[in-house]
Design a protein around this ligand. Structure first.
Ligand SMILES: Nc1ncnc2c1ncn2[C@@H]1O[C@H](COP(=O)(O)OP(=O)(O)OP(=O)(O)O)[C@@H](O)[C@H]1O
Ligand SMILES: [Mg+2]
Length: 459
């Protein structure tokens, strides 16, 4: 394999940092040049080719931010990592907006910086290989059932497509309801592991005491009640994919063990000293900021970097509103079919409401709203009255504003309204809603289905 060294331009005037960076990067097979001021940096950048620029924000003459701007003007494909002083978040944010790949805050460890550099080149490779895909996807607006046409989602599709078939560990980050699990499943489906197990584990739901044996299994007699040898989820996922949901909630002891599985592909069952080897692809998700957890000592930094080999960020729906109409249409079709109802679309007022709304529950909230509207609708076209909750005065949380407007409301219908309202309040989580209402999940399901069928003939 032919291999030319990647060239990195380091812009810094602090002797300590500059020398350390030079040393460490060279030792790791990068070719490094140093510039001690902004002017020299830009001169060097114009004179020869670099793959990456690492620049302090505070440098003599030109400031680091302007170096970034100029470099991006000359060649927007070259990555820039900025070194910022502690407590200057604004400049970091500004840097990201100007197209910096990332920033690192002083003081930092050389190790952290090196990881960031390696991560950049991994990312760059993916982007380069898959650039052509964007246009194809743009036409379809859908990717293995994941709907979206915003740039942010297209980027997600690109990454998913690029990494699906690798063994790379993936960290999917995003607020609740943005599609993390959907993306994780798509990755598994698109990989050559598609016919092997996909094992999902919610790290938040595992009680600390049971977690280790749940994940890694135990030997007979390992603890009271361990009457026979048991396979953990990692062993059951052998050859396939394991989804570690809400990874931020994993305890530190277990994190150490997980790190070992990633590094050595081996672990020991509880109560055993024998090594078990597995071939498992790991996908982790989190809706908490993992780096923050690292800073607070709640999450191992080394594990963070091991998991975050391929980062996938699912942005909140309000930051990609152009996806809303597509998603809404998608869900109408889905629920009209599922409930055998003849509901065909929305009127413009609904769409306007949708575009103004902030979607705190993200795609899940949109999906639930549309499902609910389809279920209660007696018309083919949904209008704002099917989405009453959205027209409430802001801050009006009085529960009876949700009651249906029609003059003659049957008991069954009010019951339905109540169920739907509580479902909304619980973000669509049927288990929570059932608990709140004091009925079983199955009752909720049955009632929803029955209600949909009864209203079927009325269109
Ligand atoms: N881009 C999308 N296209 C189609 N459906 C989507 C999309 N994003 C999310 N959904 C749907 O929204 C619902 C919530 O998605 P999912 O469970 O993957 O979210 P999540 O990010 O894992 O949320 P949480 O953090 O609460 O677990 C699912 O029904 C999913 O199918
Ligand atoms: Mg999830």
């Amino acid at each position: 394999m032919s291999h030319t060294k990647k060239r990195i331009l380091v812009v810094d005037d602090e002797p300590m940092i500059k020398n350390l960076l030079y040393e460490v990067l060279q030792r790791n097979d990068y070719e490094v040049e140093i510039a001690e001021s902004g002017t020299v940096a830009l001169k060097k950048f114009r004179a020869s080719e670099f793959d990456l620029v690492i620049s302090d924000i505070h440098i003599p003459d030109v400031n680091g931010m302007d170096v970034l701007k100029t470099i991006k003007e000359i060649n927007k494909d070259v990555g820039v990592i900025l070194i910022t002083a502690f407590g200057t978040i604004e400049s970091a944010v500004e840097a990201m907006k100007l197209g910096a790949y990332d920033y690192i805050t002083k003081p930092f460890s050389m190790n952290a910086l090196l990881m960031l550099v390696n991560k950049y080149f991994d990312y760059k490779k993916l982007v380069d290989e898959n650039y052509y895909l964007r246009n194809e996807l743009n036409k379809a607006h859908s990717f293995d059932n994941i709907i979206g046409k915003s740039d942010k989602m297209l980027k997600v599709f690109e990454t998913v497509d690029a990494v699906a078939d690798s063994k790379a560990t993936i960290l999917i980050q995003g607020p609740s309801g943005t599609g993390k699990e959907l993306v994780a499943r798509a990755i598994h489906q698109m990989s050559s592991r598609r016919n092997t197990p996909f094992i999902k584990t919610n790290c938040a739901a595992l009680p600390e005491s049971l977690a280790e044996s749940e994940l890694f299994g135990h030997e007979k007699g390992a603890f009271t009640g361990a009457i026979k040898e048991t396979k953990g989820r990692f062993e059951r996922a052998d050859g396939g994919t394991i989804l570690l949901d809400e990874i931020s909630e994993m305890g530190l002891a277990l994190q150490a063990k997980l790190l070992r599985v990633i590094q050595e592909k081996e672990f020991q069952k509880v109560g055993s000293s024998r090594n078990v080897y597995v071939d498992v692809r790991i996908i982790a998700t989190t809706n908490r900021n993992l780096l923050e957890a690292v800073e607070h000592g709640l999450f191992r930094e080394d594990l963070y970097y091991r998991l975050n080999v391929v980062p996938i960020i699912l942005p909140p729906l309000k930051s990609r509103k152009e996806d809303v109409p597509l998603l809404a249409e998608h869900f109408i079709l889905k629920y009209a079919n599922e409930n055998r109802k003849n509901v065909k679309g929305f009127d413009d007022d609904v769409m306007e409401l949708f575009m103004q709304y902030d979607w705190p529950g993200n795609v899940r909230e949109l999906e639930n709203m549309v499902e609910r509207a389809v279920v209660i609708s007696k018309e083919q076209i949904l209008t704002p009255k099917h989405f009453l909750f959205m027209t409430n005065e802001p801050g009006d949380n009085d529960s009876n504003v949700h009651v249906v407007p029609e003059t003659e409301v049957s008991l069954r219908e009010s019951e339905m309204q109540l169920i739907l309202r509580v479902l909304d309040e619980c973000g669509g989580n049927k288990t929570h809603a059932a608990r709140k209402l004091g009925i079983s999940v199955r009752t909720i399901r049955n009632k929803l289905k029955k209600f949909a069928l009864e209203n079927n003939g009325l269109n």
